[in-house]
Design a protein around this ligand. Sequence first.
Ligand code: EPS
Length: 390
Amino acid sequence: MLRYFTAGESHGEALIAFLSGLPAGLKVDQAFVDRELWRRQQGYGRGGRMKIERDKAHILSGVRHGKTIGSPISIQLENKDWKNWQESLPVGEGDPAHHKRVASPRPGHADLAGALKYNFPEARYVLERASARESAARVAIGALAKTFLCELGIDVLIHVVAIGNVTMQQEVSWDAIQSLFHQEEILLNCAHRETEQQMKEEVDKVLRNGDSIGGVFEVVAHGVPPGLGTYAQWDERLDALLAAAVMSLQAVKAVEIGSGVSAAASPGSAVHDEIGYGSPVNFTGFTRARNNAGGIEGGVSNGEEIRVRGYLKPISTLRRPLQSVDFSTREPVSAAYERSDVCVVPAAGVAGEAMVALTLARCALDKFGGDSMGETLRNFQGYCVQLKNY
Ligand code: EPS
């Protein structure tokens, strides 16, 4: 069973990710993992912190001589900013005079709910763990899940669909999404150049106003065979697992599979994807003229591209802060402000890719099993033969 955890605080010494359950014999490409981490750091609207960090995966266990060995994998990501926080966030008792309190909770952040829950007098420890810095650790292990899926012919990538009110209207082809992935410079990761420029203008507007902006990313999984996930039990439905995985990302407030949102307002004839049959391409001869289902019917992958959208609220740290209350005095004050990002939709999309990849890898391993890549691939290929002969 594929399981994973992360640990670490935003301004602590390091982030750690654990990934257990990958078969032995999977080739690990350090440069690929580091490029995934680089992709997550990019995007127009990132704040000062990204000028400090240079995320690199330091693999501590589970990989030897360039391949997984079936043992739990642990990865450490250094926080370069730690050197500026050693006195204010020490592991030992330290000097309370150096602590950096977060005196007033930011509306929209975990600050207030977290302080109440853990009975902290202010929000420093809450912010430290709730921070989206944690998503870097997910991207590191997500890169390994992507590497595993690649062996099965499955690729997972994202593109940005909307920033604020600027929305991509066109369908985006897999080829266009792939060329975005190969870019050496990432602006907003939108496949349509003119729309991307308009998106940049949206970010510029909020930059000028001391505000922040959200948006929508779409994760696309290409080459997924029919049969991942199941309708047999509620918590094994692939759409439910993907929704939870993407919703778990910081700032995501809604998840959509295929054209799920507009489907609620459309007649059935305009929604469901009619079925045809031709000579076998990919896994079977069954064809669809469109993919409103986003590749999942009844909680099971149906062989079409899986499309999952994550909707992000605007970042809750504002240069022109909203109204809040001082934790100590309970007097009205402006919410706390430290440097922050203004738009993180492209970065969150890369983390969304990681979560979708981890979820699909888990479902694939549930279905095909195997302790070594040879065994997993043998089982997978046997299933592909079964599909071809159906
Ligand atoms: C974050 C606040 C900012 C972001 C951070 C998420 O960090 P800092 O307070 O150090 O400026 O840059 O995101 C990352 C560090 C990252 O790697 O994505 C927050 O409060 O959620």
